[in-house]
Structure formats: structure tokens, C-alpha cells
Ligand binder design. Structure first.
Ligand SMILES: [Zn+2]
Length: 101
């Protein structure tokens, strides 16, 4: 995974976790205005918040410890005469048939 992506994801999941954590309190305050007795599932909300925080923590650790991704470019051999891509070690160009040193 890319470093910048996990950093963004870490913040996003923290926000997500905070949202789940705040949800039962918002729901409860809303249910006060409802005459009927309503129950708020605190456990599920806290579990989701916990999972979100755990994931954000893992992403944050990864973003801190992960080394920047190095893109290694393949060395491409080209025919000096026709400039076509050839395999390294090829003596004769398969495209134009010229001899390669
Ligand atoms: Zn060639």
C-alpha cells in the first residue's frame, strides 16, 4: 500500500470511528422527543467505533513505518538501427535483422 494513501485512510477511519462513537448519543438525544420508549444499540456502535479506531491505528502505523515505494524501471534494450525493443543478449534484431554488438 502507498504511504500517502494509508495516511489519508488513517484520518478518514478516525473520523469514521468518532462518528460511530457519537451516533448513540445523538440517537438518544433524538429519542427523548419521541414519546415511546426507544432503545439505542450502544454495543454495536461501540464495536464499530473500536474496529474503525483499530484500523486507523494500523493505517497510521503503516504510514509511519512504511518505506516510500520505489519504482524500478526495467532496463529496455533497443536495436540501434530500428529502435525496436529487443531481449538483452540478442545478437540479431528480430525486426530488422541487423547485428547487435
Ligand atoms: Zn532492428
Amino acid at each position: 500500500m502507498y504511504k500517502s494513501l494509508t495516511k489519508t485512510l488513517s484520518f478518514l477511519l478516525t473520523w469514521f470511528g468518532a462518528g460511530w462513537l457519537a451516533l448513540p448519543f445523538i440517537a438518544e438525544s433524538m429519542l427523548r422527543y419521541v414519546p415511546e420508549e426507544g432503545s439505542v444499540n450502544f454495543a454495536a456502535s461501540f464495536a464499530l467505533a473500536g474496529v474503525s479506531f483499530l484500523l486507523s491505528l494500523l493505517c497510521f502505523i503503516h504510514s509511519v513505518t512504511a518505506k516510500p515505494v520505489k519504482i524500478q524501471y526495467k532496463h529496455v534494450y533497443r536495436c540501434p538501427k530500428c529502435d525496436n525493443e529487443i531481449f538483452p543478449g540478442t545478437e540479431y534484431c528480430p525486426y530488422c535483422g541487423s547485428f547487435i554488438k
